[in-house]
Design a protein. Structure first.
Length: 430
């Protein structure tokens, strides 16, 4: 049951250009939509011509979540998409820090645009391939091509701020996708609750230390790209609060009430998986007492697992954890080298992002059930921005069938071909 109602908005025939960027949705009996206060007054024409009425849906996170991987909620956006003008430019960050952008974000965003009634000419999805200059150039090209909304996952705050400034100068709405851009009071943010993502990683780690019977854990933590990505800072706040009892960066040598000792805590610069693997290899070579590890995503977990396998460490011995529920991560989980991963249903993030972009592109104020939260720069908590925040889940061998397989997030054939049918059957995966 989709939890959404439709307001029919009678749009008065307007003889002049309406500068409606974030204009409010007028109820049917209200006066015609007027331009935003800063724009020149709008003079309603005497034109008797009937104007097309546009049905503006009240589409919220719940309705999108309820319809889930069917993308059926997107159909409610068709009138709004038809009423809007211009391109939506999407720019993803890279293809290496995580498999997600190629495997999930790009195809799901395309599916959401098409399900919302966009033509292929009205949206453009690019990947910056890890290069700041490319990400900025793509944003400029989208604006030149008539973008009214940019949906950007910034490689770092420098290029994120440059793109926000460019969008602002050109009257283009900016949505910071998955990673925040804290510049600009009406820059929208859409992501999962990143501290909660970290807490799931921390709890998955602690449960696994117990399940794998790790005695007197000597813990090495490989953080995500905290040098470039505010999400990584929040992920760490989450897992540190669960493991060490407080969210700030733990000190090497620190212990907790369960006898865990932190023997290393390092950042993988820019989320670079190869650099993360080299950092862990150096630490493990120097200290073979390490018997439990925390990683901020599946790519980094896999880098650690490769190093452990090279050192001859058998499965179910040294816990690793991650996020993104990538197929690599799920293989490592079923083969008992990784305890689990945070499953972020990216098909929900993509649909919510397209819904938000569609409201903004049509000059409408997005409903509060969609923009359900806020975000703020940790360095400047007063700079609060509107946000769409979604719910993450922990996935391991026990619930893999009921989550990423059932949702068709992971192609079951590819997964079982990689780990063997017997391993899948043993985990109840079909
Ligand atoms: C984060 C994102 C995660 C993680 C990482 C690597 O910002 O939220 O899903 O995988 O980037 O790109």
């Amino acid at each position: 049951m989709l939890n959404s109602r439709k307001f029919t908005v009678a749009i008065a025939s307007i003889a002049v250009i309406v500068v409606a960027c974030g204009g409010s949705v007028a109820t049917p009996s209200a006066a015609p939509i007027v331009a935003t206060p800063s724009a020149p007054p709008v003079v309603a024409s005497a034109s008797p011509a009937a104007v097309p009425s546009a049905a503006v849906p009240v589409l919220d996170v719940k309705a999108i979540t309820d319809s889930g991987a069917s993308f059926s909620a997107m159909a409610q956006l068709k009138d709004l998409a038809a009423a809007g003008k211009g391109l939506v430019g999407v720019i993803l960050p890279d293809a290496t820090s995580s498999g997600r952008y190629i495997s999930y974000d790009a195809p799901y965003l395309k599916q959401a645009f098409l399900a919302a009634g966009y033509t292929e000419a009205q949206f453009k999805i690019d990947n910056a391939q890890g290069t700041d200059a490319t990400e900025l150039a793509l944003a400029q090209a989208d604006i030149t091509a008539g973008a009214k909304v940019l949906l950007v996952d910034p490689l770092n705050s420098t290029v994120g701020n440059q793109i926000q400034a460019l969008a602002d100068q050109n009257g283009v709405k900016m949505i910071s996708y998955d990673r925040a851009t804290f510049q600009g009071k009406d820059t929208y943010y859409i992501s999962f609750d990143n501290v909660q993502v970290g807490k799931l990683i921390g709890q998955g780690f602690v449960d696994c230390v117990k399940a794998w019977n790790v005695k007197s854990p000597k813990v090495f933590t490989l953080n995500g790209g905290q040098d470039v990505d505010p999400n990584a800072i929040d992920f760490a706040k989450g897992y540190n609060s669960v493991i060490w009892g407080k969210s700030d960066t733990p000190k090497v040598g620190q212990t907790n009430s369960d006898g865990y000792t932190l023997v290393g805590d390092q950042v993988a610069p820019g989320w670079d998986n190869a650099k993360g693997g080299a950092i862990f290899t150096q630490a493990y070579t120097a200290n073979k007492a390490i018997n439990a590890t925390v990683e901020a995503n599946d790519g980094l977990a896999n880098a650690v697992i490769v190093a452990l396998k090279k050192a001859g460490v058998p499965a179910k011995t040294i816990p690793t954890v991650g996020q993104d529920a990538t197929i690599q991560g799920m293989q490592n989980v079923l083969q008992n080298f990784q305890c689990g991963s945070v499953y972020k249903p990216i098909y929900l993030e993509a649909q919510a992002a397209v819904a938000l972009a569609t409201y903004l592109r049509a000059g409408q104020t997005p409903p509060s059930g969609l923009v359900n939260g806020t975000t703020a720069d940790p360095k400047n908590p007063a700079s609060v921005q509107p946000a769409v925040l979604l719910v993450p889940y922990w996935v391991n061998a026990a619930n893999m069938q009921a989550t990423v397989i059932k949702d068709k997030f992971i192609p079951v054939k590819d997964l079982c071909d990689a780990v063997t049918a017997a391993v899948c059957t043993a985990a109840g995966i079909q």
